[in-house]
Design a binder for this molecule. Structure first.
Ligand code: HEC
Length: 183
């Protein structure tokens, strides 16, 4: 009898961490399903970019992003986003030099701190597993990359690309397009 109770307690203790790990796995799975079930225009763009002209630090941030931000959706989602994170003084300057980037929020959403907010939001998701240090490196990369590929002389080609993703998205997921942009 005592042996049986002992065995029961032993098994329960063993089962406890297993149970915990299992619930974490299912929370991660649920997050992934949510990410895939709710598509974005971003997903219609490439899942990689050429970073050969970027600094070594930026290239490392890019690699980290490819690894860490591809667990629930592909890297297309961050890479082809309308998000553009500019400091207040950069916003003021761009209003003079690049006024078009404030005219269409589906193409450019220029806000101070927007990438930081979203990276923190992603990091809070179950199963994300990104340390503060890694999150910072990804953030540095994505802020810089957004500026390089979406503003200045690159603004026109970015606009053309993003409009194509938006059009493809609207054709394939008209209901989801309504939900995101026609409210
Ligand atoms: C654990 C799963 C998971 C991981 C890991 C993850 N995401 Fe996401 N991501 C989601 C889900 C789910 C959504 C749908 C919107 C939401 O729930 O916030 C999303 C949406 C997005 C969007 C679209 C937001 C919008 O409103 O336009 C961007 C951009 C994004 N993720 C970037 C990232 C970046 C950058 C990383 C890495 C730092 C990352 N994601 C890692 C699950 C994840």
């Amino acid at each position: 009898m005592n042996k049986k109770i002992g065995l029961f307690i032993g098994l329960s203790l063993m089962a406890f961490p297993v149970h915990q790990a299992w619930s974490e796995i299912s929370a991660e799975q649920a997050e992934k399903e949510k990410a895939l079930k709710n598509p974005y225009p971003n997903d219609f763009g490439p899942d990689k970019i050429d970073v050969s002209k970027y600094s070594a630090e930026q290239q490392a941030g890019y690699k980290l992003m490819l690894d860490k931000c591809a667990k629930c959706h592909t890297p297309s989602r961050p890479l082809n986003s309308q998000f553009l994170d500019l400091k207040p003084e950069e916003i003021a300057a761009a209003k003079k030099t690049n006024p078009e980037i404030f005219k269409d929020k589906q193409v450019w959403q220029a806000e101070s701190g927007i990438w930081q907010r979203y990276i923190k939001r992603m990091m809070a998701k179950p199963g994300c597993n990104i340390s503060t240090e890694e999150g910072k490196k990804i953030w540095k990369f994505i802020v810089e990359d957004s500026k390089r590929r979406k503003t200045g002389a690159a603004a026109a080609s970015w606009s053309a690309q993003r409009k194509k993703f938006l059009a493809d998205f609207k054709t394939k997921y008209p209901e989801r397009h309504k939900e995101l942009f026609e409210k």
